[in-house]
Ligand binder design. Structure first.
Ligand SMILES: Cc1cc2nc3c(=O)[nH]c(=O)nc-3n(C[C@H](O)[C@H](O)[C@H](O)COP(=O)(O)OP(=O)(O)OC[C@H]3O[C@@H](n4cnc5c(N)ncnc54)[C@H](O)[C@@H]3O)c2cc1C
Length: 420
């Protein structure tokens, strides 16, 4: 007869680690399982290997969800001070850059190390290479199965299996099937913070070029999201921070809503107004500058051969030509054909419908004793530390709620040697 834990956490990523630590600190016996051979693989690649673990300006307004009250409630219980204190208490020194919080070591591995040390200290039972394939009700609790001879029994379960992005690091979407099996509705997941596929010769010609722009996402011609930052021209289309920042609404429109008229507008000269740019072009044209020289000193050299594409052919009036060129560069439109796939998406938009989860405890409204934490829920934050902040905060709330509800219930501890 296998041991029965108070709480079993499925998924040892950011949210699962925070949930397991919190539940164990609350006095529960805790099992933490992950389908990968090690915990927290995704944490290691976050923030370009530096782990942007939070943002100082933490507020629900930077999130989207089917239930923003839930985000409000969770961040109200475990906000930026609590996240800081949590990591500080684990021994992690942090630094802040423009509000984005990183470990002082600038190494994501430092974040994972302090979490793993605490998991060991709390004697959380860790099961690795354990892919939960079925969760079933068993009496007052649950069984979690991962193939023949591999079963965990627990009174409460926290599902923290993540979304679908970067499946090689563990989150392959199987958490959604488990949630569905327990009666939950899944908002169709789409890749978010993802490069865009664009069929425009300009991308091909400028391949490898990075440039600071203002990007505007357009759906049916209407602006829906704006971001300033870098764009990277690639063989397949557009990437870079500004593009990733506005990709969510375009990805939802394309993949979930099947919209055809989706586009990205780039302001290639964001540091000059349209009028100032036109005045400068008039000056250059009147001084008889060659077409390919018109953007010299304004745009990188790779743009020079493209200038004629922005000029109205046969237009003799320098003012009109200059205005046309300025307008073309301030609002260069790219028709978006789609997005890159899950291997390049930093985040998943969609997941377990947040309205089916109690905002105060993160407990399922369908299955008492089942809790959710992290990216598996339909909650998505802006880039800049918001998604990890959500993982820590929701992990804390789920872990605390699951262990609170255990108060007074005796549990049996195994003598089995767990891998920690
Ligand atoms: C390249 C990249 C960079 C990023 N950088 C940042 C950043 O700097 N700041 C930020 O805020 N966010 C960042 N993010 C987003 C952030 O990493 C995620 O939102 C966060 O890690 C989600 O945590 P999670 O625990 O919910 O899910 P995950 O980290 O995906 O963890 C889920 C875990 O569950 C396990 N699992 C899944 N299914 C099962 C199953 N059936 N049985 C057992 N185990 C299972 C997986 O193996 C995995 O370990 C980045 C993401 C990527 C891809």
């Amino acid at each position: 007869m296998p041991v029965c834990f108070d709480v079993a956490v499925v998924g040892g990523g950011a949210a699962g680690l925070a949930a397991a630590i919190t539940a164990a600190r609350g006095g529960a016996t805790v099992a933490l399982c992950d389908r990968m051979p090690r915990l927290g693989k995704k944490i290691l690649i976050t923030g370009g290997g530096r782990c942007n673990l939070m943002n100082e300006d933490l507020s629900p307004k930077y999130y989207t969800s089917t239930d923003l009250d839930l985000v409000d409630s969770v961040l109200g219980r475990f906000g930026k001070k609590a996240i800081r204190d949590f990591f500080f208490g684990l021994g992690l020194e942090m630094i802040s850059e423009d509000g984005r919080v990183f470990p002082a070591t600038n190494q994501a591995v430092s974040v994972l190390r302090v979490l793993e040390i605490e998991i060991r200290r709390l004697r959380v039972a860790v099961e690795l290479s354990f892919e939960a394939t079925a969760i079933e009700r068993a009496g007052p609790g649950f069984t979690i199965d991962a193939g023949p001879g591999r079963r965990i029994e627990a009174r409460k379960i926290i599902l923290a299996g993540g979304g679908k992005s970067y499946p090689a690091l563990g989150s392959n979407g199987s958490g959604y099937s488990l949630a569905q099996g327990l009666g939950h509705h899944i908002i169709p997941p789409v890749p978010s913070a993802v490069p865009l596929v664009v069929n425009d010769p300009m991308c091909h010609l400028l391949q490898g070029q990075k440039w600071r722009t203002r990007a505007v996402a357009l759906i049916d011609g209407n602006p829906v999201e704006t971001a300033e930052g870098e764009v990277l021209f690639t063989q397949y289309g557009l990437s870079g921070t500004a593009v990733l920042d506005v990709s969510e609404s375009l990805s939802i429109a394309h993949h979930r809503q099947g919209k055809k008229k989706i586009a990205l507008s780039l302001d290639l000269v964001p540091f000059l107004s349209r009028d100032a740019l036109a005045v400068e072009f008039v000056r250059r044209m009147k001084a008889k500058w060659a077409d390919a020289d018109l953007t010299a000193g304004l745009l990188p050299e790779k743009f020079a051969p493209l200038v004629p594409n922005f000029l109205t052919k046969g237009e003799p009036d320098a003012n009109k030509r200059a205005i046309g060129l300025a307008e073309g560069l301030k609002d260069k439109r790219f028709s978006v054909q789609g997005t890159r796939g899950w291997n390049e998406a930093e985040f998943t938009s969609g997941g377990v419908d947040a309205r089916e989860v109690d905002p105060g405890s993160l407990e399922s409204k369908h299955q008492p004793g089942l809790f959710f934490a992290g990216e598996i829920l339909d909650v998505q934050g802006r880039r800049g530390g918001y998604n990890l902040a959500w993982a820590w905060a929701s992990g804390f709330v789920a872990g605390q709620s699951a262990s609170e509800k255990e108060n007074g219930v005796a549990s049996t501890l195994s003598t089995k040697k767990w891998k920690v």
